[in-house]
Design a binder for this molecule. Structure first.
Ligand code: SAM
Length: 292
């Protein structure tokens, strides 16, 4: 087997050979610890039947670990300077396709149809560029792609918010948005020292497995997410205050809002951060006929 791309020595060798310099604006922090990479692929539960979508292969450190365990890997890389490098570093593998594209602009559904026809088990696995972590995850979930799950490295602080439970300081509309679609858990905390250059913050690997059905049954998904966002708009304020500020003509329709909150079985003086997913669902369903 080839020497790992991710050893510190080989990574430096590759960077020197190509005169590559990191672009901070593209979130380029490369992993230089093969053990972490092995763990990421383990948590993704890859088999030779699995198709993998990777975002941001960099110089291919994670990509080769994915290719060794999965059937096929398609990786989106935005930085053109990395394409000739990837051509070289990943030449021993015949099950990798690199697409030079911004993942946020990509038609992922069509790519899956074209590149992964006949493959039943699909996973997204990545060490994400930290400047666009949340938009990427939300895009993957909102497009309702046919994937089993998403295993990604991201800022620990964002991971904490994604996996947070009601009543904690990290719980917010991001927790609701992601836990609505997935079971989200932190599977690994990763120190800064395993990257070059070192990021300013610690990282975590989060595993999000798609639920067969969303975590709550709601009348209107868009309205449900809007209500969750409004309820957390000012964390110190009560649910009642946040909703009267957020809903259209809310101030004039205070009584209607208070009645609706009570009808959902919730005390209007509670704070948004104490509500469970089911309570947000009940709340959005009573408010939808009035404000939807
Ligand atoms: N996978 C490599 C590793 O683990 O060492 C590199 C990870 S690095 C944190 C993020 C990578 O994402 C970089 O290669 C960067 O150029 C790429 N990237 C940044 N924004 C992107 C976007 N919008 N679409 C696709 N790739 C992007």
């Amino acid at each position: 087997m080839q020497k790992d791309i991710a050893t510190p020595m080989r990574t430096r060798e590759i960077m020197r050979k190509y005169g590559f310099s990191f672009k901070k604006s593209l979130g380029q922090n490369f992993l230089i610890d093969p053990n972490i990479l092995r763990n990421i692929t383990k948590y993704a539960g890859l088999t030779k039947e699995t198709g993998v979508i990777e975002i941001g292969p960099g110089i291919g450190a994670l990509t080769e670990h994915l290719a060794r365990r999965a059937k096929k890997v398609v990786a989106y890389e935005i930085d053109q300077r990395l394409l000739p490098i990837l051509d070289d570093t990943l030449s021993p593998y015949d099950n990798i396709r690199i697409l030079h594209e911004d993942v946020l602009k990509a038609d992922l559904r069509q790519m899956i149809e074209e590149e992964f026809a006949g493959i039943q088990d699909m996973m997204v696995v990545a060490n994400l560029p930290y400047y666009v972590t949340t938009p990427i995850i939300l895009k993957l979930l909102e497009e309702k792609l046919p994937v089993r799950g998403i295993v990604v490295m991201l800022q620990k602080e964002v991971g904490d918010r994604i996996a947070a439970k009601p009543g904690t300081k990290d719980y917010g509309s991001l927790s609701i948005a992601i836990q609505y679609y997935t079971t989200a858990e932190t599977v690994m905390i990763v120190p800064k020292s395993v990257f070059i250059p070192q990021p300013n913050v610690d990282s975590a690997v989060i595993r999000m497995l798609l639920r067969e059905q969303p975590a709550a049954d709601v009348e209107n998904e868009g309205f449900f997410f809007d209500i969750a966002k409004m309820s957390f708009a000012q964390r110190r304020k009560t649910l009642m205050n946040n909703l009267t500020s957020g809903l259209k003509n809310g101030k004039a329709r205070k009584d209607e809002i208070a009645n609706a909150i009570q009808k959902a079985g919730i005390d209007p003086s509670r704070r948004g951060e104490t509500l469970s997913m089911e309570e947000f669902a009940a709340l959005s369903d009573v408010l939808f006929p009035l404000f939807g």
